[in-house]
Ligand binder design. Structure first.
Ligand code: 13P
Ligand code: SF4
Length: 325
């Protein structure tokens, strides 16, 4: 064993020991650093982790992800202690809309159902009717009567995907975006497809290239049968049985760790290797140890929004079945 490996083992042992001492379950999002994913009890997408948070017996939930994910866990398990290794881990997409902006938007569209992606603050969730993630956005919108207008927020690319998949023309979409996914462009995708002409193509619906992916596949510029718009859980699912030599992956690069774990035969190539979320990467081994030792940072939610925000998240969790994560 090298010195680095010995250090890593000691660090992981310490995390596991502290977690036992605190009766804590450690959840890690698919975009976390590999070291964090490997030490966690569960790794998954936001929907799968929300479901685990709602059902866990552990007294403490340690959420290695970004702030809105830990808030969602707290909404679903209000009696548990929910910790995040640093409360600074925000989300540029969640920051594109606040509760005042949503109230003003709703006032312009009375009678519309409000569907909020989980990548929003608890205050915004409190103003929504139901939440969704990229795994179940289409199902959630399909659960709303077809003649009722929908306000979908805050991601414009996911909103466009939902419009296409549901075939509804009564969906208004908030023009927010995630800086990481918006930065995965059609130009990047075309260049990678040209360099890897037989590859499978896996694209997260938040990506800047998601709409043009469909358009290019429709025109025959991309291989339609090998092009898939998928949530992170959907990517893992498709990687499990994949026989292709190469797969191009358009999402945050942390995802590659799980894909490579479930399929060692296929070579997974990031469409944009610089697509790294600096908020996700704020969770470091040192901060995880600090979190378990000192019980920080604890998620606290203002009581006036908690009930309404919880209703929106619970409605989402009740729709559809849990994906494999
Ligand atoms: P998932 O819903 O696929 O976990 O994605 C969350 C996210 O932050 C996407 O950038
Ligand atoms: Fe937010 Fe984008 Fe980071 Fe996901 S990848 S947490 S949407 S900033």
């Amino acid at each position: 064993m090298t010195i680095a490996e010995t250090r890593a083992t000691h660090w992981q042992d310490e995390v596991r020991r502290l977690a036992r001492e605190r009766d804590a379950v450690i959840l890690a999002h698919n975009y976390q650093e590999p070291a964090i994913q490997d030490v966690a009890d569960h790794v998954g997408d936001s929907l799968a982790l929300s479901r685990i948070a709602a059902g866990t017996d552990a007294g403490t939930i340690v959420f290695c992800g970004v702030h809105f994910m830990a808030e969602t866990a707290k909404l679903l398990s209000p009696d548990k202690t929910v910790l995040i290794p640093t409360a600074q881990a925000g989300c540029s997409l969640a920051d594109t809309i606040d509760a005042d902006q949503l109230r003003a938007w709703k006032a312009q569209h009375p009678g519309a159902a409000v569907v909020a992606y989980v990548n929003t603050s608890a205050a915004v969730k409190a103003e929504a009717d139901v939440c969704c993630t990229s795994s179940n956005a289409v199902e959630v919108v399909n659960s709303i009567p077809r003649d009722q207008p929908v306000l979908f927020l805050p991601d414009q690319f996911l909103g466009e995907h939902v419009r296409r998949q549901t075939g509804r023309d009564n969906i208004e979409v908030w023009m927010g975006e995630c800086h990481v996914h918006a930065g995965i462009s059609p130009v990047d995708l075309r260049a990678q497809v040209a360099a890897n002409p037989t590859a499978e193509v896996l694209v997260h619906p938040e990506c800047g290239c998601a709409s043009s992916t469909i358009w290019l596949a429709g025109r025959g510029d991309l291989p339609a049968e090998r092009t898939h718009i998928l949530s992170t859980a959907g990517m893992l699912e498709s990687a499990r049985g994949m026989k292709a030599e190469t797969a191009l992956v358009a999402t945050e690069i942390g995802m590659l760790h799980q894909l490579r774990k479930v399929n060692q035969h296929t070579t997974f190539v990031p469409v944009n290797p610089k697509a790294s979320c600096r908020f996700m990467k704020m969770i470091t081994p040192e901060l995880l140890v600090r979190c378990l030792r000192e019980g920080r940072d604890e998620i606290q939610l203002p009581s006036e929004i908690t009930e309404r925000a919880r209703r929106s998240v619970q409605r989402m969790v009740a729709i559809g079945k849990a994906p494999t994560a």
